[in-house]
Write a protein that binds this ligand. Structure first.
Ligand code: GLA
Length: 388
């Protein structure tokens, strides 16, 4: 990943120039949406729980213009030679596939309004396959472009829903709303505290620099092939555990006491108990971190909560992998206050909370001892926006 994300003016200029070269005229606008990293609250978003993501300074940009031939033409600077050119009327889940499915899944939801067609050129610097939600950034940038160009009356929650439906219904990945909510709702200098059940949210100030700290994101460089199937399986297990306990969502449970009922002496019951225990304790960890930050505590105090979150994902939810465990262990051994894998799991990235003065030492340690050469400091950045 490029350590330095493009600034908005340069990014807008580059996307405009690339669009003009490809389509022979300037775009009607350029929109940007960021990737995200979740501070705490993993696999709670489809269980009625809370999450606490920050937006990355890295974004996906969409330069777009309306057409009059009824076609949707999608071009990506990151995927040369993988353009899509389809009639809007022919859009159907899965077609087009690949990277183009994400923006196409947005347009498919407004087929009538978009009947004239659209040209969309995508450019970005959110690393793909690193668990940092490059696909949500792509969906959200496309959703903003579609909203503005077609004059649609979409508020922030509508943008989140449109982007999530593109992922769930068109691409076919059964995710929750964490990634799209982070991309749309985050603000600079804050973490987004979102209750995924009632969709209420507030912005929690997160100025780590002032505390002499840094949030280090470490890309493990691995994505395991069973990431998608593993995610779907975890989701089904959570739903089954909730069903057996008679609640709509696992996070409706008041605490871990009620979980004992899942242990019916079978292997399956034991697995469901572990999955549910991760979800319920993870939701409590979100509340704990938010409580500490809101009370003005030293953010270092959140470190052990993050590390406990990793242990829970590793042993109870079983979505970590040796590469991520190695990153977490190396970061802690090099002095991090806390560290954990982020995102869906089975590869991707980890975060570590470190002293600002220790960034280089921890980066070197994870590179040497965990084979993860790409790490960089993240300062909470702005959510999706129009650049021009
Ligand atoms: C992926 C999904 C999100 C969320 C996380 C785990 O990023 O897209 O909806 O479930 O995994 O917290």
């Amino acid at each position: 990943m490029s350590d330095a994300p493009a600034d908005d003016a340069a990014a807008a200029g580059a996307a405009t120039a690339a669009f003009a070269e490809r389509f022979g005229a300037a775009p009607e606008g350029v929109w940007a949406a960021p990737g995200r990293v979740n501070v705490i609250g993993e696999h709670t978003d489809y269980n009625g729980g809370s999450v606490l993501p920050v937006a990355l300074p890295h974004t996906v940009r969409a330069a777009a213009a309306r057409r009059d031939d009824g076609r949707l033409v999608l071009v990506s600077a990151q995927h040369p030679g993988e353009d899509a050119d389809v009639a809007v009327a022919d859009l159907t889940p899965g077609t087009p596939g690949g990277w183009a499915g994400y923006p196409a899944g947005v347009v498919e939801q407004v087929r009538e309004a978009a009947a004239g067609g659209l040209s969309l050129l995508v450019d970005g610097d959110v690393p793909a396959g690193a668990g940092l939600s490059s696909s949500a950034a792509l969906e959200c940038a496309a959703a903003l472009a579609v909203r503005d160009l077609l004059g649609l009356d979409w508020g922030p929650d509508d943008l989140v829903d449109v982007a999530r439906r593109a992922e769930n219904d068109f691409v076919g990945a059964p995710t929750g709303i964490l990634d799209q909510s982070a991309s749309v709702l985050c603000t600079a200098g804050h973490a987004l505290h979102l209750d995924t059940r009632d969709r209420s949210w507030d912005q929690v100030p997160l100025d780590l620099e002032a505390a002499g700290l840094a949030l280090l994101v470490v890309d493990s460089g691995t994505t395991h092939s069973h990431a998608e199937s593993g995610y779907g399986e975890r989701r089904r297990q959570c739903e089954e555990a909730a069903r057996r306990l008679g609640v709509e969502y696992l996070c409706d449970l008041p605490g871990t006491d009620a979980l004992a009922a899942l242990d019916d002496g079978t292997d399956e019951g034991a697995v469901l108990l572990r999955r549910a225990r991760h979800v319920v304790t993870e939701d409590a960890r979100v509340a704990e971190v938010v409580g500490l930050l809101r009370a003005g505590a030293d953010p270092r105090e959140t470190g052990p909560v993050l590390t406990a979150g990793h242990a829970s994902l590793r042993y109870d939810f079983e979505v970590s992998v040796p590469e991520l465990d190695a990153v977490v262990e190396a970061a802690l051994a090099a002095g991090a206050y806390g560290a954990r894998m982020v995102g869906g799991g089975f590869g991707g990235s980890a975060v570590a909370l470190v002293d600002a003065g220790a960034v280089e030492a921890v980066s070197a340690a994870v590179a040497e001892r965990a084979g993860a050469p790409r790490s960089y400091v993240v300062v909470p950045a702005a959510g999706a926006r129009r650049l021009r």
